[in-house]
Design a protein around this ligand. Structure first.
Ligand SMILES: [Zn+2]
Length: 234
């Protein structure tokens, strides 16, 4: 195990609709079951990383179409086409019940780790659809970080090297299919916490990986995370 503390979070781990909102999402099953409603496979990967490396993990199971935990609290796009038309009090209630407690729980664990060890690594686990708007995304694993953040850049570089050493056929890309600096949980925390204390990387996995018969790639990823964490303090 690496000496640096690591916290895992999975913002889009499930597509459950809480009971009071079932009627609101009536007929929305196609969206709920698609990549719009959740990140298929991301919870499985997060659980595997947590178990193998004995790391704390926060896995959200409520659909992102209720409120998106990976958008900042002032981002209007945190609400979907089903929830943004709701009256402001109802949207506020969704924030109080489903957004704020989850964010606070992850932040508390990160803060405690920072306080105890001086710094923390935060890995946020996601998956992306391999075909978007009719175009194939030429990538299996994307590592999202801030290119100006030296520790993040270095850790992402080690991760990529370890992934390719473990499975040379993996297509690993940096800041793809999204950039690491657009609005998200990690991007927000990075703005508030000093670079020396907080290292945040989003690991984006293609949903096509989870359709494979084997999970060799996942074991390669587990090993890559473990060995590259050893490089953080040096
Ligand atoms: Zn996601």
């Amino acid at each position: 195990m690496a000496t640096i503390p690591v916290v895992l979070s999975c913002e889009h781990g499930g597509n459950q609709v809480p009971e009071p909102y079932r009627e609101l999402f009536h007929g929305a099953e196609p969206a709920l079951n698609s990549h719009r409603g959740w990140d298929p496979g991301a919870a499985e990967l997060t659980r595997t990383l947590a178990e193998r490396l004995r790391l704390p993990a926060h896995i959200a199971t409520t659909t992102r179409l209720l409120v998106d935990l990976n958008r900042s609290p002032n981002n209007p796009r945190r609400f979907s086409q089903w929830t943004s038309p709701l009256p402001v009090e109802q949207r506020e209630l969704i924030m109080q019940r489903f957004y704020t407690p989850w964010r606070q729980a992850v932040e508390l664990q990160l803060k405690q780790a920072k306080a105890a060890h001086g710094k923390v690594v935060h890995l946020s686990i996601h998956s992306f659809t391999p075909i978007f708007n009719g175009e194939a995304r030429n990538c299996d694993i994307g590592l999202l970080y801030d290119p100006k953040h030296h520790s993040e850049k270095r850790l992402a570089g080690h991760l990529r090297e370890c992934l390719l050493a473990g499975m040379p056929t993996l297509r690993v890309r940096r800041n793809y299919p999204y950039t690491g600096i657009q609005d998200g949980f990690i991007a927000r925390l990075r703005r508030h916490w000093p670079e020396r204390e907080y290292i945040g990387i989003e690991i984006e996995t293609s949903q096509a990986l989870y359709d494979r018969d084997d999970r060799d790639w996942m074991m390669v990823l587990v090993d890559a995370v473990e060995s590259s964490l050893g490089s953080v303090d040096s």
